[in-house]
Ligand binder design. Structure first.
Ligand code: PLP
Length: 382
């Protein structure tokens, strides 16, 4: 279901198509190009590394990979990182690590993973099995065993499922594909406590929320908790394919030599791109920018919703923003595109905005004016 445009170049928050039409990008490749398109620091790092060393094998250390692992572990709970090529691969590794962790301890029956309804963790067989949306699983039976689901943000439902047979609870700190759903205050720390009480591992999928988007480097840092395992991808290398699974030393030890591996994951070229991305993100304090501009964006959407009864709600965290409508959002996406704005619709009636973190207030204002025009039309009058 592709849109009928072909994009040929990008710079900052702007994209240009083959007919020379320009768009302000409020999607950033779905929460990927957090620094904007073709950021010079990343472009320069890729060009330099391409002339130095592109690929060896994970049989050896390379400087960019080691520096990247240190950069990440210096800034969060994790002691160890496994690099891969996508969010699905990072989650696949997390699921494998959780199961292996209990296997290594002799608790071979402890393999259940409790996941959330409406979650999204990827499209490999294990990650679609962990995904709480039937449409993602349809036609791929038999899916993997051992995954159970509870409603997101319902601690009592989770308590009823977590016992000594559960290896891990796996969730997004805020659901992205599921409709930009932010949990209530205290929910994530109750999940942490429950995992501590039962010995289950806590896996946080920060593929969409991580790398500054949620107003902190990692979304969980705003909730004052630490998982045992965290997964990243999307914005990690600002558009080049990279994933990562981060874990505490205690959990990571379950992956001994040969337990899990990758040919391309964390190669020098991609690691150099990720390092340039993260250093720029930190130097320019873009997580704080995401927090500030996300608040501005939601305030403007709330004001718009006062005038438009078709808007049922505004939600989000940092610059991951959702707008719930009382009808299908596809026509709004098409109308925005015709007016030069790229946005996206999920779960049929929720508009999702995930612009580069360098988006300006003026660009947000321009989108609001565009939405105002659309919601003032007779189709959206109630
Ligand atoms: N996890 C989350 C929370 C995601 O949003 C996505 C992709 O949208 C994935 C995992 C899968 O990532 P990838 O498409 O890189 O495999």
């Amino acid at each position: 279901q592709r849109f009928p445009i072909a994009l040929v170049s990008g710079s900052g928050c702007e994209l240009t198509d083959a007919d020379g039409r320009r768009y302000i990008d409020f999607l950033a490749g779905i929460a990927v190009c957090n620094l904007g398109h073709c950021h010079p620091a990343v472009t320069e790092a890729v060009a330099r590394q391409a002339q130095t060393l592109v690929h060896v094998s994970n049989l050896y250390y390379t400087e960019p990979q080691t520096e990247l692992a240190s950069w990440l572990t210096d800034r969060c709970f994790a002691d160890r990182v496994f690099f891969c090529n996508s969010g699905a691969e990072a989650n696949e590794a997390a699921i494998k690590l959780a199961r292996r962790y209990f296997h290594e301890r002799g608790e071979t029956g402890r393999h259940r993973i409790i996941c959330m309804a409406k979650s999204f963790h990827g499209r490999t067989m294990a990650t679609l099995s962990a995904t709480g949306q039937d449409k993602i699983k349809k036609g791929f039976d038999p899916i993997l065993q051992g995954f159970d689901f509870v409603p997101f943000d319902d601690i009592e439902a989770l308590k009823a499922k977590v016992d000594g047979t559960v290896a891990a609870v796996m969730l997004e700190p805020a659901q992205g594909e599921g409709g930009v759903r932010v949990p209530s205050d205290g929910y994530l720390s109750q999940v942490r406590d429950l995992c501590d009480d039962t010995g289950a591992l806590m896996i946080l999928d920060e593929v969409q929320t991580g790398i500054g988007r949620a107003g902190r480097l990692f979304a969980h840092q705003r909730f004052g908790i630490e998982p045992d395992i965290m997964t990243l991808a999307k914005a990690l290398a600002n558009g080049l394919p990279m994933g990562a699974m981060l874990a505490t030393e205690k959990a990571a030890r379950a992956f001994g030599p040969g337990a899990h591996a990758t040919t391309f994951g964390g190669g020098p070229l991609i690691a150099a791109a990720a390092l340039a991305t993260l250093r720029t993100l930190e130097a320019e304090d873009l997580a704080a920018e995401a927090e500030r501009k996300g608040e501005y964006f939601r305030e403007r959407l709330l004001t718009l919703s006062d005038r438009c009864p078709a808007i049922l709600g505004v939600r989000g965290m940092g610059l991951l923003v959702g707008l719930e409508l009382d009808d299908k959002g596809g026509p709004v996406v098409a109308a925005c595109m015709a007016k030069g704005f790229l946005i996206n619709c999920i779960q049929e009636n929720i508009l999702r905005f995930a612009p580069p973190l360098i988006i300006t207030e003026a660009q947000i204002d321009a989108l609001i004016d565009c939405l105002d025009g659309i919601f003032s039309s007779k189709e959206w009058k109630r």
